[in-house]
Write a protein that binds this ligand. Structure first.
Ligand code: HMG
Ligand code: MG
Length: 299
């Protein structure tokens, strides 16, 4: 078995993590979280979302947060943008990169972004055109890649179809989202194999929520298949308000523990990450969901 020598980690805590918090988190705390993540070695940070404030009130301060961040050199600060309005606002606020987000489930697409899958792809066309013109790279998500909170099982072929369309439209990286964290290693393997028939593996990322505690196992399967980009969330923060009951992403601390323990480089400093996860969890009034953070606290 040959594992990748190094892995790119996309830290999604400030966006995917905080979007699910009911109590409003102050903008300076959000900016400090992003700064602490950069100080721990994160080079790709999804900082916020430029979405409808009615849908995600927590991230209504996106522009303010972007403005507040004291930027570290070499760090890409990205933002989620569902449409051209979001894209324009993200670029005006200084986002280095943007991400569009589609789904492999029609029902989830409607609930999350109020349109069908095909309509969402049409909406992304002008975003991609504007991004090309501005020299900004666009990432894409495919939600419900391993199951949908409304439709249940999702066929790997359906995931592959949407992923391929997004890739052909010009998205350079396609993040496969197990939105509700329901996937198991065999299902993950099948889904990645179906997508990898259409898109090179090096353009694929794994985005595993950890609802059922399977995220690390799913990362392992993906790693064995040669995938080398993973999304994670410090402290295991997060979820999606349109996927009730879904837990946060795999904790970045746990991902780094898994990878460094397997001889795979991440460029991240585990202790600083743990400190960051403990700090934001305390600010939110809870223990970190990261098992590694809890173990190191006791030890
Ligand atoms: P809509 O209601 O169909 O859009 O929403 P609309 O164009 O009719 O606009 C409605 C209102 O929203 C208008 O305001 C617009 O101006 C405003 P009004 O005139 O009523 O005052 N609006 C905006 N405001 C700010 N920024 C914008 C924007 N666009 C419209 N960009 C829309 C469609 C997509 C905008 C909406 O449904 C939305 O914002 N959805 C976002 C939902 C979301 O953020 N979900 C969580 C992120 S996805 C996720 O977590 C999954 C992921 O992690 C992967 C995984 O785990 O699977 C990525
Ligand atoms: Mg997510």
């Amino acid at each position: 078995m040959t594992l990748p020598k190094s892995v790119k980690i996309v830290e999604v805590g400030p966006r995917d993590g905080l979007q699910n918090e009911k109590a409003l988190v102050a903008s300076p705390i959000k900016a400090e979280l992003i700064e602490r993540l950069a100080a721990a070695g994160c080079r790709h940070i999804e900082a916020t979302s430029f979405v409808s404030p009615q849908k995600i009130p927590q991230l209504a301060d996106a522009a303010e947060v972007m403005k507040k961040i004291r930027r570290a050199p070499g760090v890409v600060y990205s933002a989620l943008t569902p449409n051209l309005k979001g894209f324009d606002a993200a670029i005006a606020a200084g986002a280095d990169e943007v991400a569009v987000f589609a789904a492999a489930s029609e029902t989830f697409s409607r609930k999350n972004i109020n349109c069908s899958i095909d309509e969402s792809l049409e909406r992304f066309e002008p975003v991609l055109a504007a991004a090309r013109q501005a020299g900004v790279r666009t990432r894409a998500y495919v939600s419900c890649a391993l199951g949908c909170p409304y439709e249940g099982e999702i066929a790997p072929a359906a995931v592959a179809l949407v992923a391929k369309k997004l890739f052909d439209m010009g998205c350079y990286e396609i993040s496969l989202g197990d939105t509700i964290g329901i996937g198991t290693p065999p299902a993950t393997k099948k889904m990645i194999a179906a997508v990898a028939e259409k898109i090179p593996l090096e353009n694929l990322a794994g985005h595993f929520h950890d609802t059922y505690g399977m995220a690390a196992a799913n990362v392992w399967v993906a790693l064995e298949m040669g995938m080398a980009i993973f999304d994670s969330s410090v402290g295991g923060l997060g979820g999606c308000p349109f996927a009730l009951g879904a837990a946060g992403n795999l904790a970045t601390e746990d991902l780094v523990w898994l990878l460094s323990g397997s001889g795979v480089e991440t460029g991240l400093d585990l202790q600083r990450l743990v400190d960051c996860g403990n700090w934001i969890s305390a600010a939110l009034g809870r223990e970190p969901a990261s098992r590694v953070a809890r173990a190191l606290k006791k030890g």
